[in-house]
Write a protein of this length. Structure first.
Length: 154
C-alpha cells in the first residue's frame, strides 16, 4: 500500500469546514477524475453509510464502493474504498485560534491488478498521488472559504 498525506489551514470554523468536507457529493468539485457520486447519505457522513464514486481514467469509468467506517462529527472520519481502488481515507479537523481550522487528509491506497487497475495506477503515477491530493485539499479550501467568507470585523 502507498500512503499520501496533505494538510492546509482553512480560514473558517471547524463546523463550516466539516459541513463541506463531510458531504461526498462535493467530491467531483475537488477532483475531475471523479465523475459523480451515487447514493451519498443525506446530511453528510454517517457511520455505516455506503455510497459509490465513479472514477474516470483516460475515458474508462469504474464505480468504486465506499463505506463510512468511523465518524466523530466535526473532527474525524475514516472511509474505506473497495474495488478497482482499495483505500482508506482519513480526515482530521483541528480548530485553531482566530476561527481557523487545520484540515488534514491521509490516504492509504493501492490499485487492483488487471487492465483497469494498471491504467489507473499509470494515470496516478504520471501526475503523482501527492500532487493529486494537494490539488484536492486546495480545492476544498477554496470551496469552504468562498462559501463561508470571513467578516471584515472578525
Amino acid at each position: 500500500m502507498s500512503v499520501v498525506e496533505a494538510s492546509v489551514v482553512v480560514n473558517a470554523s471547524a463546523d463550516d469546514v466539516w459541513e463541506v468536507v463531510a458531504d461526498p457529493n462535493n467530491l467531483p468539485r475537488w477532483d475531475h477524475r471523479i465523475g459523480r457520486v451515487v447514493g451519498a447519505p443525506d446530511g453528510g457522513l454517517k457511520q455505516g453509510a455506503t455510497y459509490k464514486t465513479e472514477l474516470h481514467f483516460l475515458g474508462v469509468r469504474a464505480l468504486v464502493p465506499c463505506e463510512v467506517e468511523e465518524v466523530d462529527v466535526g473532527e474525524y472520519s475514516r472511509i474505506r474504498l473497495r474495488g478497482l481502488l482499495t483505500a482508506t481515507v482519513e480526515t482530521w479537523l483541528h480548530e485553531l485560534p482566530g476561527d481557523r481550522t487545520h484540515l488534514s487528509h491521509r490516504i492509504e491506497y493501492r490499485f487492483r491488478g488487471g487492465m483497469l487497475g494498471e491504467l489507473a495506477a499509470q494515470t496516478v503515477g504520471v501526475v503523482g498521488a501527492s500532487t493529486l491530493l494537494r490539488h484536492g485539499i486546495e480545492a476544498q479550501k477554496r470551496q469552504i472559504e468562498t462559501r463561508f467568507p470571513r467578516r471584515a470585523d472578525g
